[in-house]
Design a protein around this ligand. Structure first.
Ligand SMILES: [Mn+2]
Length: 324
């Protein structure tokens, strides 16, 4: 049976459906969950519950409309996981559910990460697409389900964000075609990019603090954010979501990473121009993502994490050069 037929059949026969996105959700993760919400509603005439272990950042309020995510996992017999390479991206604490719970449930895995570990009974995993939203948009089209403006905006937000506003290498003819179709359905690109790119004043002041920490060693750029800086600027961690792109944009910087001090350790965002695969590098420290953009949390201070990562990145660059 083809996998879309199977997806529809699973949705139709399930009673309690939860759509879940990953921790620290981004626009693609949130939009993918919302659009799956519309998909379920189309077949069940009622909304599924949406779950995310983290709070949804306030700036995505306009994407949510009158939908809501819960941080408390509802009882379910079907879990549709989106934009998540592994189930640990949804439930970071493996004991959260208790033993054997996941094994006894029906899980659908809709994702676009190369590192997807193929969990779930039904996997709709494609790597050569821009975003999770692109996969779900294609599902709607293939199933012949009409897309109205509110849903078109949700898809557009996911694809726009995941491609960095149609500039990252995952911007393809297909993703631009879909964006164009979404505009045809009433999406206004100017107003959406304005909303998605809006910054707070305190977030901008925080950026000025963080930029002072830039350090470039050969072609590797690094900078950091401490909890003190957050306090000083009265800013929030989510204000720093896009900061790493400033580092990676510097002439001659080929790999960059941004360290953020958390309560228990350091969160690292990595970017590469392709000289090394940062997904693989992050995986060595327990994280993941894509070849050119990845992330990881380490139980180290900023200082220790910077040292370890610089070492690992330089070693990897040398290895890649030797192999050429
Ligand atoms: Mn994504």
């Amino acid at each position: 049976m083809n996998c879309l037929k199977r997806l529809v059949q699973i949705i139709k026969k399930s009673r309690r459906i939860v759509v879940a996105t990953h921790i620290d959700p981004d626009a693609d993760g949130i939009s993918a969950a919302l659009s799956c919400g519309y998909l379920v509603k189309h077949y069940k005439q009622r909304r599924p519950k949406l779950f995310c272990h983290s709070r949804i950042p306030g700036k995505y309020g306009f994407v949510l409309g009158n939908w809501m995510f819960t941080k408390q996992l509802p009882v379910f017999d079907l879990l549709i996981a989106v934009d998540s390479a592994g189930i640990s991206r949804i439930f970071p604490d493996p004991d959260y559910l208790g033993p054997g719970v996941l094994e006894s449930k029906c899980i659908v895995n809709i994702d676009h990460h190369k590192s997807n570990d193929a969990f779930g009974v039904l996997k709709i995993v494609k790597e050569d697409v821009s975003s999770a939203c692109e996969i779900i948009y294609t599902i709607f089209k293939d199933l012949g389900i009409k897309i109205r403006k509110p849903l078109a905006e949700i898809f557009y937000c996911g694809i726009y964000s995941e491609t960095g506003g149609f500039v990252y290498p995952n911007t393809t003819q297909e993703s631009l075609t879909i964006a164009s179709e979404l505009v045809g359905l009433g999406v206004e690109p100017g107003s959406i990019s304005k909303k998605l790119n809006a910054k707070t004043l305190n977030g901008t002041l925080l950026l000025s603090e963080v930029l002072k920490t830039i350090d470039i060693e050969n072609s590797v750029g690094v900078m950091h954010l401490t909890r003190n800086m957050l306090k000083k600027c009265n800013a929030k961690m989510v204000d720093s979501e896009h900061f790493v792109s400033f580092l990676q944009a510097i002439h001659n910087v080929r790999v960059s990473f941004f360290l953020r001090e958390e309560k228990k350790g350091t969160r690292v965002s990595l970017r590469s121009d392709g000289v090394i695969d940062v997904d693989k590098l992050a995986a060595r420290f327990g994280g993941g993502g894509h070849r050119l953009a990845a992330g990881v949390r380490v139980k180290m201070s900023i200082h220790a994490a910077k040292k370890e990562l610089l070492l690992a990145i330089h070693r990897e660059i040398r290895k890649q050069r030797r192999n050429k």
